[in-house]
Design a binder for this molecule. Structure first.
Ligand SMILES: Nc1ncnc2c1ncn2[C@@H]1O[C@H](COP(=O)(O)OP(=O)(O)O)[C@@H](O)[C@H]1O
Ligand SMILES: [Mg+2]
Length: 310
């Protein structure tokens, strides 16, 4: 096994002149969980399609497991799970699995046994003989994850594997993926969920508008691009807009998120009383103030001035 599972250099992709990926470069080491985090439209799925060999880049070089993912011999070593479950609706869950096993040339019984174990772990063993057209969105997603895992590929490419799942299902998948890591599988995963990136990733790449804007471990990203602390100020509802304007006059890094203002600061002890004073001088009522540790959302806010999830 080589040191690097994926080497991407200056990869760009345009759709009829629209630049969806703009000179993206990165390397994924063998055995690591590399999470690509970015809002909708950032270019994650385009990038993953290229790495999985489903789409050609407009320019740049792509090396996956030492080869070109457009070559069938390389593709056979990759399990790629697209965002929409790739299940044949007229087959049952197990028949879908049989079909994939035959494509990969695997022994049907071994794969069935493996799949049964995975279905059991995910709590959907009872669905083995159900037509996939009759599954709920969440159940289809779980079944497609089993499909991706039974191939036991060196490289798992998962595009938003937990999107649309309830918290319980999400947790089962995260736990299952953790187990894969101990089996030395390399995982490339796309998500727009901050928690997921923080929970699973060895390294995170943050994408926005077709570019990779930061890369590193969660700690490194926070150290480089996040403040020491975040003052979370919750004004009374009718004063939200005014509070955020008042705070922004004094602190350029004050961001309004839902019904609160997140104020990035290096010195929360000094700035908390100042912020409270300023708000009360402007007749703004405050429901609560607290100090938070920064998250990857704060990293994204600092880098782009925008929220990750709109
Ligand atoms: N087949 C396509 N034709 C035209 N535009 C596309 C196509 N696929 C994606 N796009 C556009 O490229 C951008 C990146 O999309 P995508 O790679 O799906 O991002 P993400 O997965 O991060 O949401 C978006 O603006 C999207 O509308
Ligand atoms: Mg996508």
């Amino acid at each position: 096994m080589s040191e690097s599972a994926i080497i991407i250099r200056d990869v760009s992709k345009s759709y009829n002149g629209f630049v969806a990926l703009n000179s993206v470069s990165f390397t994924v080491k063998s055995g690591e969980v590399y999470v690509v985090l970015g809002p909708n439209g950032a270019g994650k799925s385009t990038l993953f399609n290229i790495i999985a060999g489903v789409m050609k880049p407009s320019s740049g070089s792509v090396n996956v497991l030492g080869g070109n993912p457009l070559d069938p011999s390389t593709r056979l070593k990759i399990s790629y799970l697209p965002p929409t479950p790739p299940l044949y609706p007229w087959l049952t869950v197990m028949e879908n699995i049989d079909f994939y096993a035959s494509l990969y040339g695997f022994n049907k019984n071994t794969v069935r046994q493996e799949a049964a174990g995975l279905l059991e772990t995910l709590g959907i063993r009872n669905l083995s003989n159900k037509l996939t057209s009759k599954l709920s969105t969440g159940q289809s997603k779980l079944a497609s994850i089993v499909l991706a895992l039974v191939a036991k590929s060196e490289l798992l490419i998962l595009d938003e594997p937990t999107t649309g799942l309830d918290p319980g299902m999400r947790k089962s998948i995260i736990d299952l993926l953790r187990k894969q890591v101990s089996n030395k599988t390399t995982i490339l995963m796309a998500t727009h969920l901050i928690d997921e990136a923080e929970e699973l990733a060895n390294r995170v790449a943050i994408m926005d508008r077709g570019r990779m804007i930061a890369e590193g471990s969660v700690e490194e990203l926070k150290k480089l691009h996040a403040p020491s602390a975040v003052l979370v100020i919750k004004p009374s509802k009718e004063h939200l807009e005014k509070a955020s304007n008042v705070l922004r006059e004094r602190w350029s890094r004050a961001y309004r998120i839902n019904d609160e203002v997140r104020l990035h600061t290096e010195d929360p002890d000094e700035n908390m009383p100042k912020a409270i004073l300023m708000l009360s001088e402007n007749g703004i009522r405050i429901s609560s103030v607290s100090v938070d540790k920064p998250t990857l959302e704060d990293v994204f806010l600092k880098l782009t001035g925008r929220r990750l999830m709109e």
